[in-house]
Design a protein around this ligand. Structure first.
Ligand SMILES: [Zn+2]
Length: 69
């Protein structure tokens, strides 16, 4: 058993199952359908899958420093 603990007692990353409490952007492991979750993970409306993977927020601040030598 993995001993991954986090503050809310959620499943370890990579084990997001429909019904689990979650918040953020997720993508269906089965078909890649993306959802934004506010309370709990749904069953995928596209393929009825129940496994999700977390999608990291894509900040717009990912600026590559220009080479100003
Ligand atoms: Zn799906």
């Amino acid at each position: 058993m993995e001993s991954t603990l986090n503050t809310e007692g959620l499943a370890a990353d990579g084990e997001w199952i429909a019904g689990a409490r979650a918040k953020g952007e997720f993508r269906c492991e089965g078909c890649g359908y993306g959802v934004t979750v506010y309370r709990s993970l749904p069953v995928c409306p596209m393929c009825h899958g129940t496994e999700w993977e977390r999608v990291p927020w894509r900040p717009y601040t990912r600026v590559v420093s220009p080479m100003n030598d």
